[in-house]
Design a protein around this ligand. Structure first.
Ligand SMILES: [Ca+2]
Ligand SMILES: [Ca+2]
Length: 231
């Protein structure tokens, strides 16, 4: 299984969804490895330094696969220590897997253990979002806004963690958001790290009404998103 890779960063940004017409020039292709993944927030099995894809704000404007979306011009990304990520995808016959290690110097997330990782849209908390298209067969979407799955892996604030719960003045943390959530049967683990957090998730192919085939090409897009205090 191979994929085109398109990455983006955002800070509290409204996402510009990338469709085929945006793929100029043709992005690089990467192999999505078959991997035995245990969803535990430990990424030892991933070798992300070799198999992952860097989302680096310093490359925005240089690498056509990376773009930057900022909704607050007074609060721009200062550099990779502010927000950057390394993301990987893997698969087996039952699941699509995604993992990321994120550098984020101001952690703002949701309550841990939320069913299907519900909460605000991914760009209104710290999260890794991704969308995946197939050239062969439509995948069942989790959102009425996008024709293919668009999923948020939201950073969960652990008990005693240093991250802050996002502003809940609209009870947004308690609402089962219908969109961008993990499809039914998915599992997610998040964990704080000294420089940010990691996410690791398994999404059943059955929840996407999809059967993967070795050698086919897919087109995922990945976002590292961040909210933070205004300076
Ligand atoms: Ca693991
Ligand atoms: Ca943040």
């Amino acid at each position: 299984m191979r994929m085109f890779c398109r990455t983006a960063l955002s800070i509290f940004a409204f996402i510009t969804i990338a469709f085929g017409a945006d793929f100029k020039p043709t992005p690089d292709e990467f192999l999505i490895p078959r991997l035995e993944v245990k969803v535990d927030g430990k990424l030892d099995e991933w070798s992300l330094d070799k198999t992952g894809y860097a989302i680096d704000p310093a490359q925005a404007g240089k690498d056509p696969a990376i773009s930057l979306h900022i909704s607050d011009p007074d609060n721009p990304i200062k550099g990779p220590s502010d927000l950057s990520a390394r993301v990987g995808l893997a698969w087996d016959d039952k699941h699509l897997y995604i993992a990321a290690t994120v550098t984020d110097d101001d952690l703002r997330g949701i309550k841990p253990g939320t069913a299907c990782n519900v909460g605000p849209p991914g760009w209104k908390c710290d999260s890794v979002m991704f969308q995946i298209h197939s050239f062969r067969q439509a995948m069942k979407s989790n959102s009425p806004y996008t024709p293919s799955p668009n999923i948020s892996l939201r950073y969960e604030v652990p008990a005693g963690g240093r991250g802050k719960l996002i502003d809940n003045n609209k009870n947004i943390l308690d609402r089962a958001d219908a969109y961008w959530k993990l499809p039914e049967g998915s599992t997610l683990a998040t964990r704080e790290t000294p420089k940010g957090y990691v996410v690791e998730a398994a999404i059943p192919w059955a929840a996407l009404d999809y059967r993967p085939q070795a050698g086919e090409v897919s087109a995922p897009s990945c976002w590292a998103t961040s909210t933070r205090a205004r300076p």
